[in-house]
Design a protein around this ligand. Structure first.
Ligand SMILES: Cc1ncc(COP(=O)(O)O)c(C=O)c1O
Length: 449
């Protein structure tokens, strides 16, 4: 194995990483001058494109104006304005926002908030969280407990808090072997069955990505899935947490993905694109009635930390919202997303090793299989998507890979470009994927076919 120079403990240990020296718009340039089209904005983060001067200025101005005050001692106009800007777009009733740094932190905050709400109502036994298999909610211990990705959980399983997982609405590989719509949404009904098995008086919340992102690669639920889920939650006094860290803030062509399904969560998490890629920023939106319950109950939520409600991060977040509004980028994603989907389907859906091309807005997934007719995945040890990803990276195309769509196996790529990408660049994405797929399969024939 190649040596890793320097003193950083990097995210990858298999090979040294190239140095990124410059990034602008949809492009990243490395220290050899090689250009990469960043068609996933890293992990679906750089929604507005790289190098936005306006965000840099907002950060600079806020540092000079008031860079840090402790969130238990002061508020700032940056934090207040960002909360107001988010509330103006958020689903009705979600009017209070708690600010943090990472998406995993936002998820853990949401889980604690749900518990706090029940405590305010005297429902002290309501502790358990229900989540879904093949979900992704983060890698810190609390968020990982909610995450349903087998290979991420297994090494740390003994450290994880108890979270009960149910099957996701993943029709391609339905856990019940059923077909939509004849299935009568068995996967949604599983929530109620699970709540009853556990005892409704013990269940605090159900958490789900509104559109499945990092693990399942852009799988939308059936249209009425979340309506059924909402009814089950209401019937059982279980709070609904929608994790929109990846799919929120315009990614699906609406400000928030839950708008597509006409559902309003009790709590919603945001992150990734909120800081425009320039700064770490996440948020938890909570319904006013729950905020009031906490305020009028004990009046305390013991949470936060040194860097919650950070004024500089909030100033960046506010700029992000203003740019989305001014440049009508959410609307752009809605119309260009259809074009991206058509191009991906035309170029890849018929391929012998492509099981599915799905998605919406600027969140698309392409799932690869060894055997199309049976959906048999490539065995994980063959690391198919890693080989394909490396091939595309070499060609100057950056996508986001996912695994674990079928137990520990399953391979997919996520296409989630910055909202400013041009149509010709979308063509480059699809053409490069086709060429990269061909070469990866040929090169590794003895392996993959
Ligand atoms: C839906 C969802 N929730 C939470 C997270 C965790 O966010 P972070 O990596 O910022 O902790 C992610 C990250 O991919 C995510 O996709």
């Amino acid at each position: 194995m190649e040596e890793i120079p320097g003193h950083v403990f990097p995210r990858r240990l298999d090979a040294p990483l190239p140095f990124a020296v410059n990034a602008e718009g949809v492009w990243i340039v490395d220290s050899d001058g090689k250009r990469y089209l960043d068609a996933s904005g890293g992990p679906l983060v750089v929604n507005l494109g790289h190098g936005r001067e306006e965000i840099a200025r907002a950060i600079y101005d806020q540092v000079l104006r008031c860079e840090y005050v402790h969130p238990t001692m002061f508020t700032t106009s940056a934090v207040e304005s960002l909360a107001e800007a988010l509330a103006a777009h958020a689903p009705k009733g979600l009017e209070r926002f708690y600010f943090l740094s990472g998406g995993g932190e936002a998820v853990e905050t949401a889980v604690k908030l749900a518990r706090q709400i029940h405590l305010e109502h005297g429902r002290a036994q309501k502790i358990l969280l229900i989540s879904r298999w093949k979900s992704f909610h983060g890698l810190t211990l609390g968020a990982l407990a909610a995450t349903g990705r087998t290979t991420f959980r297994t090494p740390f399983a003994p450290l994880l808090a108890e979270v009960v997982h149910i099957p996701p609405p993943y029709c391609l590989r339905c856990s019940y072997g059923l077909t939509y719509p004849g299935c009568d949404l068995r996967c949604a009904r599983a929530l109620e069955e699970t709540i009853h098995n556990l005892g409704a008086e013990t269940v605090s919340a159900f958490i789900a990505e509104t559109v499945s992102g990092a693990t399942l690669a852009a799988v939308e639920p059936p249209p009425e899935y979340f309506r059924v889920i909402r009814e089950i939650c209401d019937r059982n006094e279980v709070l609904l947490i929608l994790d929109e860290v990846l799919c929120g803030l315009g990614r699906t062509g609406r400000w928030f993905a839950c708008e597509h399904y006409g559902v309003i969560p009790d709590i919603m998490t945001l992150g990734k694109g909120l800081g425009g890629g320039a700064i770490a920023l996440s948020a938890v939106g909570i319904h006013t009635r729950h905020f009031d319950a906490i305020r009028n109950g004990g009046g305390r939520f013991t949470h936060g930390g040194t860097f919650s409600h950070h004024s500089v991060a909030a100033a960046a977040g506010l700029r992000v919202v203003r740019i989305l509004e001014r440049e009508k980028l959410v609307e752009r994603v809605a119309s260009f997303g259809e074009i991206l989907g058509q191009k991906l389907k035309k170029g890849l859906a018929g391929h012998a090793h492509v099981a599915d091309v799905r998605g919406l807005g600027f969140l698309w997934g392409v799932e690869f299989v060894k055997e199309k007719s049976t959906l048999q995945p490539f065995p994980r040890k063959e690391a198919f998507v890693e080989a394909l990803w490396r091939n595309l990276f070499k060609r100057g195309l950056i996508l986001y890979s996912s695994t674990g769509l079928a137990g520990a196996d399953g391979d997919a790529l996520i296409i989630g470009p910055p909202f400013v990408i041009e149509e010709a660049q979308l063509d480059f994405v699809v053409e490069t994927m086709i060429e990269g797929l061909k070469e990866t399969l040929v090169r590794n024939r003895q392996h993959f076919t």
